[in-house]
Write a protein that binds this ligand. Structure first.
Ligand code: SDX
Length: 393
């Protein structure tokens, strides 16, 4: 029964770690953050409140939330000298390359929050990362399109600040539409944490060596970039555009089934979910809402996505393989409708996932039994043999 935790002492876990942060039931399509279902959080909460929940384990009181939001808001600027880092990249660098570099470089600026053995420094690093990631992502975007950086403002909420930093230009202020800001905030919430996915496991492995928090999060960003993981939202929209019209869907379904074809349906399937990804359902509702608001509900990409989902879910092959749309299937359609280029989809995923990485990083460091992660291997190479001089080879 979803949410009922039974523990069989005889159970020999092959789990990478213990955790109290996020629970996934892949068969039932359940995702809980500190016990709260993701669909309820996406509907009734908001990203910074979910950040508080993930970081501290409980929903905040009104006073706690106000204090936390003020703290985050007042740490959204980055050190002015860090602006130079962006200028070291080519304009056409992928924003994920810029984010990996700039976040890693934070350890060269925020020395007073790199000592992982100091609880206060861990707390400061956590707030700085959550607060500054939207600014860094927006600056990576602005730099890639040759527009001036836009500074964060303290009178805007987290999602509105990010949209404005991305879309405002000196010649014209960007008026944040509250419905788009709500949709943006919901996308952040839906990506906040997801148990021991590849990038979170990367952060945990890096933190087990005692690396500083900025280096650990930069490692997570690098891992998330891959198209099988966080890069899937970019790959999915590009696939939907390549399909172009519903009549070409059978061709791509056939390729996805062909074992000799490396093509995968982007935005489909999951290592854990063998049922619907609960985040995909909320994302699909949000896509309908945003596109209707923008008057593009007949968006051809959305039509292809809905028809592809219908055809795939009716196909016995996908049912047998238990392949369902995942969180990345609809997110790209919303981000595209908001005006983001596909190259910004994964940076937005990284921005949102920062709180998950940070929460799991803190949880791991609090483990008194913490040992450096050191996976072993099954050696299949040559047996021992003697060196042969080049003349005798
Ligand atoms: C994320 O782990 C997380 O929690 C990640 C994430 C998070 O929030 O952090 O949820 C975010 O990364 C979501 C996944 C995004 N990736 C994609 O959408 C890329 C496309 N999906 C695939 O590449 C794939 O589904 C994976 C990588 C996600 C999972 O692949 P697996 O491990 O092979 O999945 P599986 O074992 O369930 O596959 C069962 C079968 C396999 O075929 P057989 O070996 O049995 O013959 O289905 C096939 C797979 O080859 N398959 C697909 C497919 N995904 C799996 N066939 C066609 N299209 C696909 N998308």
């Amino acid at each position: 029964q979803a949410g009922v935790f039974t523990y069989d002492p005889g159970f020999t876990s092959t789990a990478a770690c213990d955790s109290t942060i996020t629970y996934i039931d892949g068969e039932a399509g359940v995702l809980l953050h500190r016990g709260y279902p993701i669909d309820q959080l996406a509907k009734d909460s908001h990203y910074l409140e979910v950040c508080y929940l993930l970081l501290y384990g409980e929903l905040p009181s009104a006073a706690q939330l106000e204090e936390f939001e003020t703290l985050v808001t007042r740490h959204t600027m980055i050190h002015e000298q860090m602006h130079n880092f962006f200028r070291g990249f080519r304009r056409d660098a992928h924003p994920m390359a810029t984010m990996v570099g700039v976040v890693g470089a934070m350890s060269a600026f925020y020395h007073d929050s790199t000592d992982i053995n100091d609880e206060h420094q861990r707390e400061v690093a956590s707030i700085r990362l959550i607060a500054k990631m939207p600014t860094i992502a927006a600056m990576a975007y602005k730099y890639s399109i040759g527009q001036p950086f836009v500074y964060p403002r303290n009178d805007l909420d987290y999602a509105s600040n990010f949209l404005r930093m991305c879309f405002s230009v000196p010649a014209e202020e960007y008026e944040v539409n509250p419905i788009l800001a709500r949709a943006m905030d919901r996308i952040f919430t839906l990506h906040a944490d997801h148990e021991q996915n590849a990038s979170t496991s990367t952060v945990r492995l890096a933190s087990s060596s005692g690396a500083n928090p900025f280096a650990c999060i930069a490692a997570g960003i690098a891992c998330l970039w891959g198209p099988a993981h966080g890069g899937a939202n970019q790959a999915c929209l590009e696939m939907l555009r390549e399909i172009g019209t519903p009549d070409r869907i059978p061709e791509f379904i056939a390729r996805a089934k062909d074992k000799n074809d490396p093509f995968r349906l982007m935005g489909f399937g999951h290592r854990v979910y063998k049922n619907f990804d609960p985040r995909a359902k909320v994302m699909k509702e949000s896509a309908d809402e945003v596109l209707e608001l923008l008057g593009i509900e007949n968006n051809p990409t959305l039509q292809v996505a809905k028809e592809l989902e219908r055809v795939a879910l009716e196909d016995p092959y996908f049912a047998e393989k238990k392949l369902y749309p995942n969180v990345d299937f609809y997110s790209g359609i919303i981000l595209d409708a908001m005006g983001f280029p596909t190259s910004m989809f994964t940076p937005i995923f990284a921005l949102a996932r920062t709180v998950g990485w940070v929460s799991q990083w803190k949880e791991q460091l609090a483990d008194p039994q913490l040992k450096i992660g050191r996976p072993r291997q099954l050696y299949l190479g040559a047996t021992q043999r003697d060196y042969v001089d080049i003349e005798n080879r």
